[in-house]
Every structure is written in structure tokens, then in C-alpha cells.
Design a protein around this ligand. Structure first.
Ligand code: BGC
Ligand code: CA
Length: 350
């Protein structure tokens, strides 16, 4: 009898012990899994189009920096990059889906910068901070919600620096005035109509010269939508119209278009005028080194990516974003432009 009770008891004890062990194992396995599983940050990145040299550089930088942060912080950063294919309706649908899938923050390179209001309202409703970049929404829209931010460079500053490059060349090199009439004859290749960088770079590049007392004459101007191929076709057309020899300066709102103009002059066997761009893309810097592109203005794509990531991380940690980035008026992060000519390339890296 005693033995029966004893064996019964021990069986019960063994079962209880097994159960407890199982429970403990399950618990520790659970805890272990939670420890091993890093926190995941989901970031939606909406590009106006992937087919843009400067924008794809920003996306690549963002990806690279996110991987570095993962290592440094022991978390996972899932970037979902979507291509708006230059269509605002498509982009809005993509953003709906990113929000629907539960993203923690949105980085938006908006297709139509006058269409930000609806997007900000969607983000606010879902409480997902939205960081616009490169394509600047109108100021009133940015005020709709405290967690709407813009990261970019000041468009007029890009124009001023480009204008100064030409001004300096004009003042120091008399041969630039090919026809010797004391007037600077130029053509202008503009970016997408309505883009702040197209409008303001165009205006301020020329204004910098005229403010300095330089007489200028516009021989032709047209939009080439930031694209090398379109710029080449426009420049080709101007050359066909016989403008070739009279162009003293080609202003291009970005490097791809500057390179397109160079392509056209070279193909036509025309002497290259002084050509300036903006961005400082890798192929543009090669053209500067080769003496074909006189200069460019560095558009800080890596800086844009860095500031966006810093904002995303700060917001995810519920930190004050102003502590992570230099925030102007509570909404804006401004990156400086910097002029680049062959002289800058010669300087040893700091
Ligand atoms: C860049 C262009 C680019 C455009 C796209 C501009 O700031 O200079 O190269 O195509 O942004 O929005
Ligand atoms: Ca002249």
C-alpha cells in the first residue's frame, strides 16, 4: 500500500516535474526567441521614379546606411522601395498599401509636389510620420501636421552657386566671349516643369550674373525633364538650327542634361562651349576631370539619405527629432550645396 502511494506519488511528481520543465523550456525558448529576434523598423520609401540618376543614388545610400545602422543598433530596418513611375495616382496607391502593411515611417519623393496635402492627411490618420525629400511640397501643406518633414537642399542656392561658377569664368577668361560683343550668349536646359529645382536654379543662375552686371542673351531654352537623352535631342535641334558657334555657355539644371548637351556638341563635331550642371554625379565628375564639363554643384544625396534615416530612427525611438537633425521651423532639414570644378578634384581628400 505504502509502495503504491509512493509510486503513485512519484509518478505524479515526475509528471509535475516534466510539466514544469516543459513549461520552463517553453518559456525560456520563448524568451530566447524574443531576445534573438531584433526589433524591426518598417520604412516605406516612395520614389517619383526609379529611372533618375540622382534619386537612385539616394535610394542606394539609404539602403547602405540602413545596413550599417542595423549592425550598430542590433535592429532590422526593412526598406520597402516603390517606384511611382512619374504618376501621382500610382504613388498614392503605393502609399496606401505601405500604410496598410503597417509601416513605421514614410520617406516620400513626391511625384507632384502640389499634391502633398492628401498624402499628409493619410499619414496623419495612420499616425505614420512622413518625410518628403528632394521634391518640396508647398509650404502650407507642410503645416498640416507636425510629423510632416522635408529634407533637401535650397533650390535657389544651387542656382546661385552655378551662376557664380560661370561668373568667375567670365571674369577671368576673355575667350569665353567667343564673338567679343561683351554679352554672354547662353542656352538653358531645364528640369521638369513645376519642380522647385528647375524653376529656381534657372532663375538664380542667370540672376547671379545679371546682378553682377553681366549682360546676358538667352539664345534658347527648353525643358529636358532632367534626362540626358532628352537634353541631347534638344541640343541637337539647336545645333541643327545653326546655334552651335554662338553658344558661349550651356546652363543645365542637372548633370544628366549637361552631359546630354555635351553628347550633342561632340556628336556634331562642334567645339564645346562652357557647360555647367548640378548634382556632381559620378559620370559628371568624370566629365569634369576630362575637361568637358566645366563645373557642377554638388547636391548632397548621401546627406539627404543620412538625415532621413536619422529622423526615422529618432521618431521610432520617440525622441525629439530636433535632437537628431538640424530642424528649421520644426519641419525642414536643409543640406548645403557645394560648387565643384576641376580645381576641387585636384585637391587631396581632406
Ligand atoms: C536633381 C535632379 C533630379 C531631380 C529629381 C534634382 O534635385 O538635381 O538630377 O532629377 O532632383 O527630382
Ligand atoms: Ca558674347
Amino acid at each position: 500500500m505504502n509502495r503504491t502511494i509512493k509510486s503513485c506519488c512519484s509518478r505524479w511528481l515526475r509528471r509535475a516535474a516534466a510539466l514544469a520543465c516543459g513549461l520552463l523550456a517553453a518559456l525560456t525558448a520563448g524568451c530566447g526567441a524574443a531576445e534573438a529576434e531584433p526589433r524591426v523598423l518598417r520604412v516605406g520609401v516612395a520614389l517619383y521614379t526609379q529611372d533618375d540618376t540622382f534619386i537612385s543614388t539616394i535610394a542606394q545610400e539609404l539602403e547602405r546606411m540602413a545596413r550599417e545602422e542595423e549592425q550598430a543598433r542590433g535592429l532590422r530596418i526593412n526598406l520597402s522601395v516603390v517606384d511611382g513611375r512619374s504618376n501621382q495616382t500610382t504613388q498614392l496607391e503605393q502609399i496606401d498599401s505601405l500604410i496598410g502593411r503597417g509601416c513605421d515611417a514614410l520617406c516620400v519623393n513626391i511625384v507632384d509636389r502640389t499634391a502633398a496635402a492628401v498624402l499628409i492627411d493619410k499619414a496623419q490618420k495612420a499616425e505614420v510620420p512622413v518625410i518628403f525629400f528632394n521634391r518640396q511640397p508647398v509650404a502650407e501643406d507642410m503645416l498640416r501636421w507636425e510629423h510632416a518633414y522635408y529634407v533637401g537642399a535650397k533650390a535657389e542656392e544651387g542656382g546661385i552657386l552655378q551662376g557664380r561658377l560661370v561668373l568667375e569664368a567670365w571674369q577671368t577668361d576673355p575667350t569665353l566671349d567667343r564673338n567679343g560683343d561683351g554679352v554672354l550668349q547662353y542656352v538653358m536646359l531645364e528640369g521638369e516643369p513645376g519642380h522647385q529645382d528647375a524653376m529656381l536654379r534657372t532663375e538664380y543662375a542667370v540672376k547671379t550674373l545679371t546682378d553682377a552686371g553681366v549682360a546676358v542673351e538667352k539664345l534658347a531654352s527648353d525643358t529636358a525633364n532632367w534626362k540626358r537623352g532628352q537634353a541631347m535631342a534638344k541640343a541637337q535641334q539647336w545645333l541643327d538650327e545653326g546655334l552651335g558657334g554662338s553658344v558661349e555657355v550651356v546652363f543645365a539644371n542637372n548633370d544628366d542634361m549637361a552631359l546630354g548637351a555635351i553628347d550633342a556638341f561632340k556628336q556634331a563635331g562642334e567645339e564645346l562651349p562652357l557647360v555647367v550642371g548640378v548634382d556632381a554625379t559620378a559620370p559628371a565628375l568624370e566629365a569634369v576631370a576630362a575637361g568637358e564639363l566645366y563645373g557642377t554643384v554638388r547636391n548632397d544625396g548621401a546627406g539627404i539619405a543620412r538625415s532621413m534615416l536619422d529622423l526615422v530612427l529618432a521618431l521610432a525611438e520617440e525622441q525629439d527629432p530636433a535632437e537628431a537633425v538640424e530642424l528649421e521651423d520644426g519641419h525642414y532639414v536643409w543640406l548645403p550645396y557645394r560648387a565643384v570644378t576641376a580645381r576641387d578634384l585636384e585637391e587631396p581628400a581632406a
